[in-house]
Design a protein. Structure first.
Length: 373
């Protein structure tokens, strides 16, 4: 099988290998176990791989680099408009050669691929929609357009569109899916407990950008400290807000209880999950929040906004806390749980029981089914 991947994820090259964001590559490597030839159409940059990058594990990869598309400024928009015809041609030629077309959406590359796949109704296709599939959520027009094209069974045929969460009134193209980070062979997780005067550890994992709202996590920690709870917050990730967060920490004298660790590899993150009591993500939009699912796998009680499939993941608050985005109310809810060890332990146990179903082995089995259809 000749398997074509079209993605907006930026790659780098070193020693004849192609690197990209580790969670994405880890997933794609499971798909690639089942195919003989791989074509990848994606942007490539002249930068070295980082702690959160990894390489494709396949011996037969035909990488077709394209320019990264951006509409953030007038200059970038003009450059993008100039580049689009050439990218469309590359995608079309690759689709002609492919036995299976795999789209990564939403994104600029995903939008172009969504349009061109219409002309290949007989080719088997899958699309991984990694964003929020909720039709009621506020989203860019390009995301809504991709969702409309993918859902339309007249325009888009012979495809399974993999989305996060269960949604009403979906077309036959749409299939609820999930993702996974850990093997069923991982060590058994111990249910988390909270003792009197114990140091309570909260954990944030994600990019330090407005959409992930890391500052809200710090403000919650600050409020919890004012209730005389012994708490600390570990922040893993990097991004444009790092300086802002550092300034806030220094200004509010939080340096002894808030720690910025930057980007770290999966093994370091795993140890952080194992040591933490809560994992928090006050994100404005999500697909399947990996940090929440991973934290739950290791017994962390999740604290998250009610976006996308998050309410389902947290069983509408029965195995975690759904944020109201009101610091006073959210602080009270978290403090109440900390002060009720039995309720905390119950949620930790339920988080483990839910998340341990979604293993890499189960994920790989479901991917094989998709490729055999």
């Amino acid at each position: 099988m000749k398997f074509l991947i079209i993605t907006h994820v930026v790659h780098s090259q070193r020693n004849q290998k192609y690197f990209a964001y580790e969670p994405y590559v880890r997933e794609m490597n499971l798909w690639l176990k089942n195919v003989e030839e791989v074509m990848v159409i994606a942007p490539i940059a002249n930068h070295t791989s980082t702690a959160i990058d990894s390489a494709y594990e396949h011996q037969n990869i035909d990488f077709k680099p394209v320019a990264a598309l951006s509409l953030t400024t007038l200059k970038n928009t003009l450059i993008t408009l100039f580049e689009i015809p050439g990218i469309l041609y590359q995608i079309y030629k690759a689709m002609q050669q492919a036995d299976h077309i795999h789209l990564r959406c939403p994104g600029n590359m995903g939008l172009l691929a969504c349009i061109l796949q219409i002309f290949f109704p007989s080719t088997t296709k899958t699309a991984k929609y990694a964003g929020n599939w909720d039709s009621k959520s506020k989203q860019p027009w390009s995301y809504r357009l991709q969702k409309w094209i993918l859902s339309n069974t007249f325009l888009t045929r012979n495809i399974k569109v993999l989305v996060y969460g269960e949604w009403d009134n979906q077309s036959a193209n749409i299939q609820s899916f999930f993702t996974a980070s850990y093997s069923e062979r991982e060590e058994k997780t111990t249910v988390k407990t909270i003792g009197s005067n114990e140091n309570i550890r909260l954990l944030f994992v994600g990019s330090l950008v407005e959409g992930k709202n890391p500052l809200y996590a710090i403000r919650l920690l600050e409020q919890l400290k004012q209730t005389n709870l012994n708490v600390q917050l570990d922040v893993f990730g990097d991004g444009p807000l790092r300086r802002t967060l550092q300034n806030y920490i220094e200004k509010h004298t939080l340096s002894e209880c808030v720690f910025l660790h930057g980007n770290q590899n999966q093994e370091v993150l795993k140890k952080a999950y194992q040591k933490s009591h809560f994992v928090i993500l006050a994100s404005k939009s999500e697909g399947w929040p990996k940090a929440i699912a991973e934290g739950m796998f290791w017994g962390c009680v999740p604290i998250a906004t009610a976006v996308s499939c998050v309410p389902e993941m947290l069983d509408y608050g029965h195995r975690g806390i759904l944020l109201q985005m009101d610091t006073e109310k959210d602080t009270d809810t978290i403090a109440t749980l900390i002060n009720n060890p039995d309720q905390f332990e119950k949620r930790s146990k339920e988080a483990i029981n839910w998340s341990r179903k979604y293993t890499l082995e189960y994920f790989e089995t479901e991917i094989k089914k998709l490729l055999q259809k």
